[in-house]
Write a protein that binds this ligand. Sequence first.
Ligand code: FAD
Ligand code: MLT
Ligand code: ZN
Length: 505
Amino acid sequence: LTSEKYPQLKRNPSFKSLTSEDVSHFRKILSPGSVLSTLATPDAPATEAEELHAYNSDWMGKYLGQSRCILRPKTTEQVSQILQYCHAQRLAVVPQGGNTGLVGGSVPVFDEVVLSLNNMNKIRSFDPISGVLVCDAGCVLESLDNYVAEQDHIMPLDLGAKGSCHIGGNISTNAGGIRYLRYGSLHGSVLGLEVVLPDGTVLENLSTLRKDSTGYDIKQLFIGAEGTLGIVTGVSIVAPPRPKVQTVAVLGVDSYESVQKTFIAAKQNLTEIISAFEFWDRSSMNMVLAHAGTNARDPLADEYPFYVLIETSGFKKEHDDEKFSEFLEMVMEKGFVTDGVLSENASQITMFWYLRETIAEATVKTGPTYKYDVSIPVPQLYNLVLDTRQRLTDMGLYKEGSADYAVKEVTGYGHVGDSNLHLNVVAKEYSPTVSSALEPFIYEWIANHKGSISAEHGLGLMKAPYLCYSKGPSMIQTMQRFKQLMDPHGIMNPYKYLPAAEKSA
Ligand code: FAD
Ligand code: MLT
Ligand code: ZN
């Protein structure tokens, strides 16, 4: 088997090719409707290949696998039986949550079996005193947020894909998102995990304790492991008290320098109530407005090179309003911000967030998008966008404002409050010319500026060969040793996350 999509990759010949006996075995473990396979078995006909397409292709339409079997277990015990079998048979497995990942981690490369967590979506418990929620890994983030909202709590993370992504997928990618500035990393808010290891062992580590310093903190290994060390089946996570009032401002800013000054001022003056500080550039705004239809309009009278969205969340409206208004007066007086608008009601809050949260969708609707999610110290953060534009212009691949080139847009946005840039290069088509102009240039740039090649989306298939730009040989070798220890046959999400062993040695 070869993948036309990835001519540079070879299928690992030590993996077994799926047979109808394997599919029959899976049908014995799961109910028949929970197995989709293009291989017929004595008890069930083959499924049409189109039915498997959604599991084989990613959200961007950039990655495409060739799996012939999708498994949708309902219980941890079933996941355990599946992995026990795959481990013994050397069948490679791709865990899949909501399939909203942006680095090609959630879909197969060749014919790996997909294990979807879609049917594992039950809330197990919620303790209103501690705010600790215990649930299945396949629960959709937005459903969890709605559930804890009924009890005056909030999920500690939020992101544009909330309506589809699973909490297990969030944990496996160590997702960041728009509440990170306030509630921090999942490494802090996840209290425990239930994980099925590659040989089928169920690791029971569903602690609900805020403090637990007994032994190695093994759950941390699975946060951000992208399904390479096992399958997360259960999650214990702290949901903080839900703020009662929220206010959002969209600001027009004339330079990236002023975005930074506004950020410093926001930290100093909105300290305990600030809950998000996001930015995007003119090019992002143009794409969003072109795709927004009646959902949104530019809230400011004039066009700006940069936009900042600030959200405050608190418990006393008068207090927060007073602080926010004073802050806005100050940043406008100082000339950091040229124009701004403060939300007056819930629908305006939704509209302002729409402008920021729809950028991802607007870019992929504009054209095939190369996405670079990176961490860079705030002062240098936007320089990557400028330098990439310059490089593509010099190479004759891009001209600002012209549709006649291989690259249509080079755009920057992100969670500037967390030093996290999303550089997106929107092309006419995915092509070796464009990708070789971007990579390894971008990763070298990141390494030279002491950044990280992955801030919140993970490594997946896209960044596996480039890990060395952010981690040294001792780190990569230690990661490979962990992988070997946990998954000696390498069946879990192969070809991804880690560079091929010989390259990094
Ligand atoms: P999937 O895409 O299904 O999988 C992602 C990875 O995790 C894969 O490697 C998969 O194998 C593995 N995996 C999934 N579930 C499990 C499991 N139960 N056990 C073990 N491994 C598993 N990310 C951010 O960090 N911040 C953002 O603001 C953000 N915004 C986004 C906005 C949009 C519109 C989209 C499409 C994506 C966005 N993402 C963002 C990227 C994405 O990482 C997150 O959406 C999310 O964390 C992925 O969850 P998922 O359930 O869709 O996982
Ligand atoms: C975002 O912050 O909008 C997401 O991480 C998605 C993206 O990078 O496009
Ligand atoms: Zn993001």
